[in-house]
Structures are given as structure tokens and as C-alpha cells.
Design a protein around this ligand. Structure first.
Ligand SMILES: *Cc1c(COP(=O)(O)O)cnc(C)c1O
Length: 361
């Protein structure tokens, strides 16, 4: 069986160091907002080349804390790709702001920068870019628009730890960035975890307070905050795994390149990267007309696949008001996309078997 993602095997590689870390946190008698959190925040900020990193409870909270800290009001508009995981959009509506959906580029699956300007109104406050499936958004046009209209740029980097655009890592491409360390992400902990990166000192301080009941000094609450902290155990485990992130991303690239070079089947559409280092291949999406048939075929051949994602956000029950809107490119992607197995612990023989099987479809 070729597993889609073998999390046990991924974490087993670092078993000794993780065990030691767990033991050391247990022995410390200090479990929240301590030395492990501080160390990880410093190391992850350094990794992203940003001035600040603030740990928090998960990726959704990271995005939500950014929007809250930016202080947007009721009905302020935030531009966001129509083709994304629902969390990007939930973070906006949770803060009573209005998500304004923009179609993706059919080649990159990321937001189409050429379609943003027509959606900008006098209520627009920010553009949220999502580096979807591990590929950094091409930022040039977005930087230009943000400057021209005085908009903030929020990055959703939950799927793209370590991806690089023009020499800058995700997390350092806008005003603030949200990361998720959900176990299946390129950098994942053993539970929920998240972080915000930014170069804005004021914003960093505000988020630091907001994640902890709105308080910097215990029992002095300056904001109506939330409880969303990265616990010491997860921070310590992430600090162990961060050291190996580049190596793991490199293995993902190797596998992706092998797929790109060797999958030769006219029924299967591959997504090319516009630049090698821009993509950390969180998933390896391909598109095909009879997607469900293709998935069943692979299942019979013992190859696990997943669909990212089966239902676009504008068709979800929780966004009834959008159900009649039409986003044909987003819809096409959702109807035809399927993710092949990719992970840093896949064996060469498994990768070769996937290629052979896909080519024989
Ligand atoms: C995983 C993910 C999130 C949310 O992260 P959680 O830690 O699960 O809350 C947000 N955006 C995208 C694009 C994601 O893939």
C-alpha cells in the first residue's frame, strides 16, 4: 500500500530527539508560554527572516489574530482567493469583515493577480494571499496593488513553510503571515499549533497580547483577547523538526520533479512550478476529467489519494449567500483535482510505482 502521508514514519525519524524534548518539558514543570515557546519563536522568525514570530493555537487562529490586530471594522473588505481551504475565509468572516472572492489562475491554482484590481472598492482593507498546495504566490502585482491602494497584505502560509519568492521566504512577503503546524503540514507538530510572523513591532506586540486574553502583564487586560497559545510541548517538538524542514522540502521537490518528468498520460494535467524554490509541494495535485474514476482505479492498485478540495468555499452550506455565485475556474479545479502521494518518507520504489500506475491509466 502506498500511503498518502505516513505521519508515524515522518515523526519516527526524530523519535529520540522528540522523546527527549517531551521528557524535558515534563520535567520542567512549566507548560505554557515559557522557554520552549520563546526558542521556537526566535528560531522560526530567523528561518523566515522576519523580526517577529508569535506562537498561537492553530493556523486559523493565526490568521484571525492578524485580522483582529489590524483593527478592521465591521464590513471592511478583504480580498481572498475563491480557491482555498475554508480556513482562510473563515478567519475573515469570524472578524465580521467581508471576504471578497477572486478567481485563481488555472495554471498555478493560486489567486490570479490580474483579477484583483477590479474587486477593490473604498471598503477594501487587505489582500489575503494563500500559497496554496505549497507554491508561493507570484507577489509582484500584489505588492504593486497594495502600495497603490494602501492595502495590507496578509499571507496564509499554512501550506508553504519554506517556499521562496524572489529570495524571500513565505512569512516575509507581506505585512503579516499565518502558519499552521497541523500534523500533516510540511512542518507539523503532534497536535494543533500555529504562528504569526511579521516585521511590524506594534502588530507583533498586539498579537502577543491578543493570544493571551489581551494581556501582556498578568491580570491587566488591554484588549478583549482570546486564549490561543502554542504550548511548550508543541513548541519544543516544532523546534526539533524545524532543523529538518529544508531537507524534507528538498525530498518533496525531488519526488515532485520525478513525477513531473515521468508522468506521461494525456488524461492527466500536471501543475508546473514557475520556479523550483517557490514550491515546497505540500501536496502534488494533478487534474483529470474523470477524477472519481481515476481515484477508484488508484485505490484498486493500492495507492492512497485525497481530494483538495471536493467542495469550493462558495458552495458550502455555511456560506449560503454565495451558493448561487459563479466561479467557473474554482469550480473546474474542485471538480477535477486529485492529490497523489508525496511525502519526505516515500521510498523511490513507491514513487516509481505511482508513476507506472498513473501512466497505465
Ligand atoms: C491547514 C490550513 C489552515 C488552517 O490551519 P489549522 O492549523 O488547521 O487551523 C489555513 N489555511 C490553509 C490554506 C490551510 O491549509
Amino acid at each position: 500500500m502506498v500511503k498518502f502521508l505516513d505521519l508515524y514514519k515522518i515523526n519516527q525519524q526524530y523519535r529520540k530527539e522528540i522523546d527527549e524534548k517531551i521528557s524535558s518539558v515534563l520535567n520542567s514543570g512549566w507548560y505554557l508560554l515559557g522557554k520552549e515557546d520563546e526558542n521556537f519563536e526566535a528560531d522560526f522568525a530567523k528561518y523566515c527572516n522576519t523580526k517577529y514570530c508569535i506562537g498561537c493555537g492553530n493556523g486559523l487562529d493565526a490568521l484571525s489574530l492578524i485580522i483582529k490586530a489590524m483593527g478592521f471594522d465591521y464590513n471592511d473588505e478583504i480580498i481572498v482567493p475563491a480557491n482555498t481551504y475554508i480556513a482562510s475565509i473563515l478567519a475573515i468572516s469570524y472578524n465580521n469583515c467581508k471576504p471578497v472572492l477572486v478567481e485563481p489562475d488555472i495554471n498555478t491554482y493560486n489567486i490570479n493577480p490580474e483579477l484583483i484590481e477590479e474587486k477593490i472598492t473604498n471598503r477594501t482593507r487587505a489582500i489575503m494571499v494563500v500559497h496554496l498546495y505549497g507554491q508561493a504566490v507570484e507577489m509582484d502585482k500584489i505588492w504593486e496593488l497594495a502600495k497603490k491602494y494602501n492595502l495590507k497584505i496578509i499571507e496564509d502560509s499554512a501550506q508553504a513553510h519554506g517556499a521562496i519568492y524572489k529570495g524571500r521566504k513565505t512569512g516575509n512577503l507581506g505585512d503579516a503571515s499565518g502558519f499552521s503546524f497541523y500534523p500533516g503540514k510540511n512542518l507539523g507538530c503532534l497536535g494543533d499549533g500555529g504562528a504569526v510572523t511579521t516585521n511590524d513591532e506594534q502588530l507583533a506586540n498586539k498579537i502577543k497580547a491578543l493570544r493571551n486574553y489581551g494581556s501582556n502583564v498578568k491580570y491587566h487586560n488591554i484588549y478583549q483577547g482570546v486564549n490561543s497559545r502554542l504550548d511548550e510541548l508543541q513548541a519544543g517538538i516544532l523546534d526539533v523538526k524545524l532543523k529538518y524542514l529544508d531537507k524534507e522540502n528538498q525530498r518533496r521537490r525531488e519526488i515532485a520533479n520525478y513525477y513531473l518528468e515521468n508522468i506521461k498520460n494525456e488524461k492527466i494535467i500536471l501543475r508546473k512550478s514557475y520556479d523550483e524554490s517557490a514550491n515546497v509541494w505540500h501536496i502534488f495535485p494533478v487534474r483529470t476529467k474523470n477524477r472519481d474514476d481515476f481515484q477508484n482505479y488508484l485505490k484498486e492498485k493500492d495507492i492512497q489519494t485525497l481530494i483538495h478540495y471536493p467542495i469550493p468555499p462558495h458552495k458550502q452550506v455555511c456560506y449560503k449567500e454565495w451558493n448561487n455565485l459563479s466561479f467557473p475556474i474554482t469550480q473546474t479545479i474542485h471538480d477535477t483535482i486529485i492529490s497523489l502521494p508525496i511525502s519526505p518518507v516515500m521510498e523511490d520504489s513507491e514513487v516509481e510505482y505511482v508513476v507506472k500506475t498513473v501512466n497505465a491509466y
